[in-house]
Design a protein around this ligand. Structure first.
Ligand SMILES: Nc1ncnc2c1ncn2[C@@H]1O[C@H](COP(=O)(O)OP(=O)(O)O)[C@@H](O)[C@H]1O
Ligand SMILES: [Mg+2]
Length: 252
């Protein structure tokens, strides 16, 4: 087995007297997509926040490509190759799609992000893909000159993905990247995320579109009341009796 790129060990998170996450252990390898599913309030977003460094776990550890990053900030983790999809609010509505991606490419350099920093050529091709290539990768090349505020909801989601990919991450965390988009855009986003995985990125994706998760994920982790109910192939997980009782029975 190859070493995990993202690894959470025995993660627990207690806040305000409530145990939100309890003993959650998961791994995502290079070129692997782990789907994270579970009912509302199961702790999926909390887990993504802990993996990305937004929240510190109460117990347990997070490793990134073998490094213990449990005490490292989200910014530091980003520099180590971890990216997560930007929230919609992170888009600059008054800038074009291309300009938004340009900022993300700049931000992926060594210094902390600053919208006031002047543009400079990237020193190495490794610093990130070009803006055009990123727009192309998420199928919105023709929208480069469109203001972010004028993009469809689906195209905004694609733009967020392009920005998350600007740093050439080795690990990508996605929390419901298809929330609220049209069926057509779900298909497009599924294809794009599949390609990201196939390019070797370790992807952990929370998603409630069940057919997407089961079709796309290599493995699925099922959270229920903050605990890991099951982890396995989509097939194994959907046939797991406890999973069916807890959740999938209704969803499928
Ligand atoms: N900062 C917080 N303080 C207290 N409770 C929280 C906090 N964040 C999340 N929770 C609670 O943790 C539980 C899991 O939330 P969340 O991780 O958002 O679930 P999911 O993403 O699976 O729907 C919910 O009951 C939620 O109310
Ligand atoms: Mg959530």
């Amino acid at each position: 087995m190859t070493a995990a790129v993202i690894s959470g060990r025995a993660i627990g998170w207690r806040v305000g007297g409530a145990q939100i996450l309890d003993d959650v252990t998961l791994d995502v390898g290079a070129g692997e997509l782990l789907g994270i599913i579970g009912p509302n309030g199961a702790g999926k977003s909390s887990l993504v926040n802990i993996l990305s460094g937004v929240t510190r776990p109460t117990t347990g550890t997070v490793h990134l490509a073998g490094d213990d990053v449990t005490r490292r900030s989200a910014t530091r983790r980003a520099r180590l190759g971890l990216s997560r999809s930007f929230q919609t609010s992170a888009l600059f509505d008054g800038l074009t799609a291309g300009e938004n991606v340009h900022l993300a490419v700049q931000a992926s350099g060594s210094a902390p992000f600053s919208p006031f920093r002047t543009a400079r050529p990237r020193r190495t091709p490794d610093a990130g893909e070009g803006v055009e290539a990123l727009l192309h990768r998420v199928r919105i090349r023709g929208r480069g000159a469109t203001l972010a505020r004028d993009l469809s909801h689906g195209d905004r989601r694609k733009l967020e993905l392009a920005m998350a990919l600007a740093s050439n991450p080795k690990a990508l965390l996605l929390d419901e990247p298809m929330a609220g988009v049209s069926a057509e855009d779900v298909d497009g986003l599924t294809e794009i995320i599949g390609e990201v995985r196939d390019s070797g990125v370790a992807v952990a994706m929370v998603e409630h579109h069940m057919h997407v998760v089961l079709g796309l994920a290599d493995r699925v982790a099922v959270l229920h009341h903050g605990q890991l109910l099951a982890t396995g192939s989509p097939r194994a997980v959907t046939h797991d009796e406890r999973v069916q009782q807890a959740y999938l029975g209704e969803a499928l």
